[in-house]
Design a protein around this ligand. Structure first.
Ligand code: RB5
Length: 145
């Protein structure tokens, strides 16, 4: 898959660890910044990344800040984005199966790199269950209109 990724300074180190991990899984990764640990404003990276996913340029997006909360708020304001902030593997699995989430948010100051890798792997590999969950997604899409 084509994966878009972004972080602020609070998620920069975790992002650097995740990019090669995701590439080793066979995906291509495009980094929307930031590019150092210098302080930046997470909306400046999260909105362009989420818009590119919503436009269909990337199949999925991953957004990382200190807590994961700021980037998830931004991403969920972009029409067509269903961003899930995950700190555990079960949530990552269930948000793919039930919410068909297309952006994963994580907190670089909240979870360690091994937990983040496990979350990322499950989130990338799990499909959408459809069925009754599809009706719920359709209601979200309707609301966005
Ligand atoms: C940056 O200091 C921090 O506020 C940001 O990374 C994030 O945690 C916001 O939600």
């Amino acid at each position: 898959m084509k994966i878009a990724i972004c972080s602020d300074h609070g998620g920069f180190e975790l992002k650097l660890r995740l990019i090669p991990f995701i590439e080793e899984m066979g995906h291509t990764v495009t980094d929307f910044g930031c590019c150092s640990e210098a302080s930046v404003d997470y909306p400046d990276m999260a909105f362009p990344m989420a818009e590119a996913v919503a436009a269909g340029e990337y199949e999925r997006g991953i957004a990382i800040c200190g807590t994961g909360i700021g980037v998830s708020i931004c991403c969920n304001k972009v029409k067509g984005i269903r961003c899930a902030l995950c700190g555990d593997v079960l949530s990552a699995e269930l948000t793919r199966r039930h919410n068909d989430s297309n952006v994963l948010a994580m907190g670089g100051r909240i979870i360690g790199p091994e937990t983040a890798k496990a979350i990322t792997r499950v989130w990338l590999e799990t499909g959408f269950d459809g069925g009754r969950h599809e009706n719920r997604i359709n209601k979200i899409t309707e609301y966005e209109k």
